[in-house]
Design a protein around this ligand. Structure first.
Ligand SMILES: Nc1ncnc2c1ncn2[C@@H]1O[C@H](COP(=O)(O)OP(=O)(O)OP(=O)(O)O)[C@@H](O)[C@H]1O
Length: 613
């Protein structure tokens, strides 16, 4: 109950509230309602309870110490020295289990140990949290929804690629570029391609219900991922052999091809990194790219070479024309021996010319290539396979074996030529026969990966024929000079580059003792002949040059010593490259927006999936 004074105080306060509101109450009944409510006894009691609680809160008990139980052993020791009745009684009290429990509870409360222990938050809370998911319902009208979608290659997520201004999605203001789509009308989009999603959107009658993870959540995740910098090592590094490493014990050993996660680039000279997937270990020191380049520069004081040393070949030459069907008994369209352009003398790679010009090792190959993770979806086109190697090393032989081993999995392009059709040759099977004018137009339109001229006729490998093979779902094998890799080194083709390296000289002599190759026409009218010592030397020097200049683009190096072993290794690597396992693609390719369909289509439209309807 309120004391008299308190009651009076509350009453006078409420009366003054009433007199203050009187002027503003329009109707009598409003005033009476307010009066009865404010003068209600229960309300006054609530005021009183509130005040008492407030006072109690201020005087709340504070424990004198939060570990009272630790005093007991000392006290028991002391009391054992006094043999008084009170002392003994206190001693037996202190030793009582109930009393001990009481002190234990006291300590627990004093230390606030009564609060529940929550389990740790799962790591993927951001991805799974319901808070980050929103349900959007768009009402369909005759007009298209006005957005495009794409599949993020590294995560497999379906993202809104573009919102068209003024379209239904734009007007709704509910969907934004970068939003991730999880469901359409209750159907999960997991493992679905944009092509499979379009019919889902189109089949919705009056409204489309979307489960969406907003872009800001994504940008946050992307920002987190941005800190994850991965590089592929392009050289072997052994700190034991590096006299400059500041602290050998904390330096990281790695091999060419290893994927490293760079954790710090703060120091210009020594970065901190660890092997990908090795989350338990500490970061180790690795030489920075700048340091690597400085070291290369010191090794190459003659780097300022005179211009004009590298003269373009007079005529990019094509060697043709032995059909493998005749050799292997398996006829494979487009498989032409030595259809590698500018092999000899082309691209400034003739080892003798380079050595004479003092150009060896002038290229400053990078130490690392920035890479991003990629998992091939079930409906993704296979990667383009580029096979490169020095003349005669066995690229065509390995390619032929791949084609014979699995014609469903591997395919080759049909080359283009401007020469006349010969008897028994079929257009689109042996070659695509086009006019010289057409060929030159295609050159100007950059439609060839490689092209060259032989005896007054053009020959070339066109992007369209690569697209054709890829559209069949086959891994397209292209045998080319490494200088031409750049023309297809894009997210459109995602090339997997295999470098076929010759073995050491002794093994080369031993393994090729019975091998014959078709020598270039200028040397022997296209006749088959055995390898000479000079051929072996050329092969090795040319391979070294290729590696120095282009190895940063090689995904796999296969040493072609024993042919069976080399073939087995190549095939295993290509199976990896065509599977759903984790692969690493150059970061410069950026996110690939296409999923299916020939590259020609992809070139036409970046988003490759048109507007939703
Ligand atoms: N590992 C090997 N052991 C023995 N012989 C081999 C091996 N690899 C290739 N050969 C043989 O060497 C010869 C040349 O090989 P291939 O035609 O494949 O060379 P290439 O790399 O395509 O060069 P080019 O384009 O100059 O012809 C062929 O007779 C081939 O059978």
């Amino acid at each position: 109950m309120l004391s008299r004074t308190e009651h009076r105080g509350v009453c006078s306060l409420l009366s003054s509230v009433m007199s203050g509101t009187e002027a503003h109450a329009d109707r009598q009944e409003d005033y009476r309602f307010l009066h009865s409510m404010l003068m209600e006894k229960k309300l006054h009691l609530l005021f009183k309870i509130h005040e008492r609680l407030k006072r109690f809160e201020k005087r709340g008990p504070i424990p004198a110490r939060d570990q009272a139980s630790t005093l007991v052993p000392n006290l028991v020791d002391e009391l054992s020295n006094y043999s008084t009745v009170q002392g003994e009684e206190l001693l037996s009290l202190l030793c009582e289990p109930h009393f001990k429990s009481l002190l234990w509870v006291h300590d627990a409360v004093a230390q606030h140990q009564f609060e529940p222990q929550l389990p740790p938050l799962p790591e993927n809370i951001l991805e799974e949290s319901d808070d980050s998911v929103k349900i959007v319902s768009l009402v369909k009208s005759a007009e298209p929804l006005g957005a495009t979608i794409r599949r993020d290659c590294s995560t497999g997520a379906i993202l809104v690629a573009r919102i068209l201004k003024g379209g239904a999605a734009d007007k709704s203001g509910l969907i934004h570029q970068g939003d991730e789509l999880r469901e359409v009308n209750g159907v999960s989009l997991d493992h679905k391609t944009p092509q499979e999603i379009l019919p889902l959107l189109a089949s919705s009658q009056r409204e489309v219900k979307l489960k969406v993870i907003p872009a800001d959540v994504h940008t946050e995740q992307a920002a987190n991922r941005k800190h994850e910098l991965f590089v592929r090592a392009l050289l072997d590094y052994d700190p034991e052999k590096d006299p400059c490493v500041p602290c050998r014990e904390v330096a990281l050993t790695f091999r060419r091809g290893d994927v490293l996660q760079v954790l710090s680039k703060e120091d210009d000279t020594w970065w901190q990194a660890r092997h990908h997937g090795d989350h338990d270990s500490w970061a180790g020191l690795i030489p920075s790219e700048q340091l690597h380049q400085r070291r290369l520069a010191l090794q190459q004081p003659q780097a300022l070479f005179p211009s004009g040393c590298l003269q373009p070949p007079e005529d990019d030459e094509v060697e043709e024309d032995v059909d493998y069907g005749a050799i292997s008994g398996v006829r494979v369209a487009g498989q032409r021996r030595s259809f590698r352009l500018g092999r000899r003398g082309g691209h400034g790679t003739d080892p003798r010319r380079r050595r004479a010009a003092g150009l060896e090792g002038l290229t400053r190959a990078p130490a690392y290539l920035e890479v991003v993770p990629f998992r091939r979806g079930p409906k993704d086109r296979p990667r383009l396979v580029l096979l490169v190697g020095s003349p005669g090393v066995g690229v065509s032989e390995l390619q032929r074996r791949l084609l014979v081993s699995d014609p469903e999995q591997y395919g080759v392009t049909v080359p283009y030529t401007s020469r006349m059709t010969r008897i028994k040759e079929q257009n689109g099977v042996d070659y695509y026969f086009v006019s010289q004018r057409q060929f030159e137009e295609d050159i100007l339109n950059h439609r060839f990966i490689e092209y060259g001229m032989y005896r007054g006729h053009y020959y070339g490998t066109s992007l369209d024929s690569v697209a054709e093979v890829m559209a069949e779902g086959k891994m397209c094998l292209v045998n080319l000079h490494p200088a031409a890799i750049k023309s297809v080194y894009t997210s459109e083709f995602r090339p997997y580059v295999v470098f076929v390296r010759p073995p050491r000289l002794e093994e080369l002599r031993f393994t090729r003792r019975r091998a014959k190759f078709i020598c270039p026409p200028e040397e022997g009218s296209g006749q088959a002949r055995t390898f000479s010592e000079e051929d072996f030397e050329d092969m090795i020097v040319s391979a070294e040059d290729m590696e120095t200049e282009h190895s940063h683009m090689f995904d796999k190096v296969v040493v072609n010593g024993d042919l069976t072993t080399a073939f087995r290794e190549l095939r295993a690597a290509l199976e990896q490259a065509s599977g759903p396992n984790l692969q690493w693609l150059p970061a410069e390719w950026g996110p690939a927006e296409w999923v299916q369909g020939p590259p020609a289509e992809a070139r036409g439209s970046q988003d490759h999936v048109a507007g939703w309807r």
